[in-house]
Design a protein around this ligand. Sequence first.
Ligand code: TTP
Ligand code: MG
Length: 355
Amino acid sequence: MKQQRHIIHCDADCFYASVEMRDDPSLRGRPLAIGGEAKGRGVVATCNYEARRFGVRSAMPMAYARRLCPGILTMRPNMEKYRDVSRQMQDIFYRYTDIIEPLSLDEAFLDVSHGVNEGLFEDAKSVAEAIRRIVSEELQITVSAGVASNKFIAKVASDWQKPDGLTVVSEAQKADFVAALAVNKIYGVGKVTEQKLLSMGITHCHQLQNMDIELLRTKFGSFGQRLYDLCRGRDNRPVERSRRRKSLSVEHTFASDLPDLEACLEQIPELLSSLQKRISALDESYLIAKPFVKLKFHDFSSTTVEKQGAHYSLDAYQDLVAEAFERAFQPVRLLGLGVRFKEAKAEPPQSDLFA
Ligand code: TTP
Ligand code: MG
């Protein structure tokens, strides 16, 4: 039986710039670029949509961006912060499925077929709507999303109504949607292939659809088959859980340092309870190998202690924290509890569900 996949592609809008505008509202409404310094040979990592109106783009020299848009505000990136927001965004995705393939800090594919087919969600569109709403409420940034039955179309769709847009391409609309696409929207079609196709008089997918498969193979080698399929909207690639977690932890930095071991031990139950919540949200393929703790001390030095074979119980964490504390005998700024997971077993063979 062939069942339709339900794929969502999420992509935050002008990601680094959105995070900066969120944290400093005075940056809003004015052209803003995040990147290297104009004095050096810095380039634009990204810019907000106000700056895009002046023609400013990612990867452009910052000095050139200043020429296009003389009043542009510029900032260096805060990667640590973007990584945090990226993790928080992924945590929101994980509330709906664990089949998530991150492509970059602000972009991921989600396969929500299971939830849709089991009736947990009405459809993939409602999941995409919920994700967009929750990210906006909890993280105060906007995400655009595309919904379709495969990765190729979902990715193109997420770009369709940026910023803050949602585009659903139903099975009924798919053929028309693909036929009208410019060939440079196809995964893997870069400048060289685009030029080669142009020299054959081909700019759009509907023209590519008329090309003979053998000719495509001759001209483009193994990529010819992909072109043949993609220009027809066919894409069977599964969403790959490419980054399995190796560990999971929760930590807290205290407003004032914990003065002694006793104060540290008192904090364990609450941290453990939030760790347990996080673990229970993972799928069953995650098996715990060992617990660990992390302590950061008053002088900013930190230490990690782990214990092979121990259960991740209150007792185990108390022992580990005691051991870690004894290494420095100093007030503690940060306390973290975590677990490391066993290496994943080989994935079970794909059923013919999605064949
Ligand atoms: P993108 O998703 O490509 O761009 P964006 O989120 O800034 O804008 P939008 O999606 O609305 O078009 O990239 C995500 C982040 O990756 C971006 O905020 C900054 C970084 N980045 C670079 O550092 N260099 C680059 O050339 C690009 C394209 C992105
Ligand atoms: Mg983006």
